[in-house]
Design a protein around this ligand. Structure first.
Ligand SMILES: C[S@@+](CC[C@H](N)C(=O)[O-])C[C@H]1O[C@@H](n2cnc3c(N)ncnc32)[C@H](O)[C@@H]1O
Length: 214
């Protein structure tokens, strides 16, 4: 299944007013075939990797949570760099698959919904999950991501980006600068907001946001 087929599957659910169940359905449908999952790169997100290398993060022992962890590659990479990692995903199937892939992992995986998950972390990692959630959930989702940062804690977001005046587009729905600015309303000061053409996939506009709670 390519990205279009996954989008068709998602569209069927979304038309019925169910914007969240398609993830688990897609992971089940995949039957452990990575090729069916458009975002299953079997490696850490490259923009997260570049950030970690540039910033020397995470620090050993840093308490990290990975939001919408999917098949676990970001979480495993953070743990391999010495962080103490919790990782969660709405899809129980994704969590089962990630746990099978990494049976001896120190990462604590759990099936959980961003809107119900509670915790307080030094670093909150989000790659490509906000953009996969429908626009009507976006403000609440950004608040929920922000709320996972402890006092002095930080958030790193990697996502598709668009100009404020661009139409919202299709799944994955790119974030606008005003979406990123919402983190400030939830107590996060911007350390860096990078808006760039993806060097690995030219033509795709990306945002990388790094914020810190006062
Ligand atoms: C596009 S995938 C990206 C997965 C992973 N971050 C990656 O880059 O490989 C989005 C992930 O977010 C999860 N997700 C969607 N809505 C969620 C929610 N409300 N709470 C937790 N996870 C959610 C999906 O199940 C899916 O695994």
């Amino acid at each position: 299944m390519n990205g279009d087929a996954a989008r068709d599957l998602a569209a069927g659910f979304i038309e019925r007013g169910d914007t969240q169940s398609w993830f688990d359905a897609l992971y089940k449908h995949a039957g452990r075939n990575f090729d069916v999952i458009p975002w299953a790169d079997r490696e850490m997100n490259v923009h997260l990797r570049d950030w970690c290398e540039r910033e020397g993060r995470p620090a050993p022992g840093e308490r990290v949570v990975v939001v919408g962890c999917g098949l676990g590659d970001d979480a495993e990479a953070m743990a391999a760099r010495g962080a103490v990692v919790d990782a969660f995903d709405l899809s129980p199937e994704a969590i089962a698959w990630a746990s099978e892939r990494f049976p001896n992992s120190p990462v604590r995986y759990q099936a959980a919904n961003l809107f119900a998950f509670r915790g307080s972390y030094e670093l909150v990692v989000e790659s490509y999950t906000l953009q996969a959630m429908p626009l009507e959930m976006r403000a609440r989702a950004i608040e929920a991501v922000a709320n996972l940062a402890a006092p002095g804690g930080e958030v790193i977001v990697i996502c598709r980006g668009r100009a404020e005046t661009d139409p919202p587009g299709e799944l994955p729905w790119p974030l606008a600068p005003s979406d990123i600015q919402r983190f400030a309303a939830h107590g996060l000061a911007t350390i860096a907001f990078e808006d760039f053409d993806d060097p690995y996939e030219p033509g795709k506009r990306r945002f990388r946001y790094h914020g810190r709670r006062a």
